[in-house]
Ligand binder design. Sequence first.
Ligand SMILES: [Zn+2]
Ligand SMILES: [Zn+2]
Length: 334
Amino acid sequence: MKAIICQKPGIFEEIEQQDPTPSKGETIVRIKKIGICGTDYHAFKGQQPFFSYPRILGHELAAEVVQSNEGFVSGQAVAPIPYLNCGKCKTCLSGKTNCCQNIKTMGVHVDGGMREFTSIPSSNLVSAEGLTDEQIATVECLAIGAHAIRRSQISEGQWAAVVGTGPIGIGTLHFARISGAKTIAIDINEERLMHCKEVLGVDHCINALDNPIDALKDLTNGNLPDVVFEASGAPVAMENSFNYVGHGGKLVLVSIVKGRISFEDPLFHSREMTVMSSRNATRDDFNNVMNALRERKIDIEHFVTHRCQFDELTSTFEKWSKTDSKVIKGIVSF
Ligand SMILES: [Zn+2]
Ligand SMILES: [Zn+2]
């Protein structure tokens, strides 16, 4: 079968691999579509934490069952959960499979889905009945936002500000809206803010270069937002986000950067702020996203902006990775 491997930063190579053979507890799936995201671009550029080369990338997958002994039928559409958790550690046993102590994420710690077939633990497959392959390929990405919102326990009528309006920020804004929160998008890119306002129906947009704290106070009666979600992946923006959180509020760091971020302790303390990270997603988040897509609470028509065939990927990938590419979500098809 064909596969595309990232040999080292900046180098993709198309290779021939042996087809996977079924082993106990695993299902062989055919990859139908692959969503490309920041993790893949960062890995390609050598900027991704927890990463080693060579590696087959691809963790946002739409697949079809080829062979399974575990209740799946051949031809069935599935969304693979790419976070391979051990199922045995204290964290897994407490239900937090998304941050298992021995986690291996496909396309990051182990080979992912940029290939025709792969073998995956059957327990990591979720039936994706009623969704198109393109919708299925967006589930993992949207689930990151769904998990962040669930983790924040934001409630109806509260103010949610999302910093960074790339695919992860957009997913977070969708689930903030679905939870009944009032939504604010913060970014430095006017075009993206316009997209949030006109296409996503976000309540308010703020340019981070334009006195964001004053703008947030104006909107929230001087109180600042109840929960701030940081999804920019930029250290400066992450540090600035501490200033946006209201007294007694929460900051959820959804994005991750290599290195340290710091904050003013008096500010953090005086507001009795809760700072939390949000990592990956769980099966519940996957089901939550798929239901939102089925019920058309989320429309991916404007989310998927670019498409290519598997054979074109090596020549297309670098173009998509450029900051001025206007790609929100690129999807690769077999
Ligand atoms: Zn991703
Ligand atoms: Zn575990």
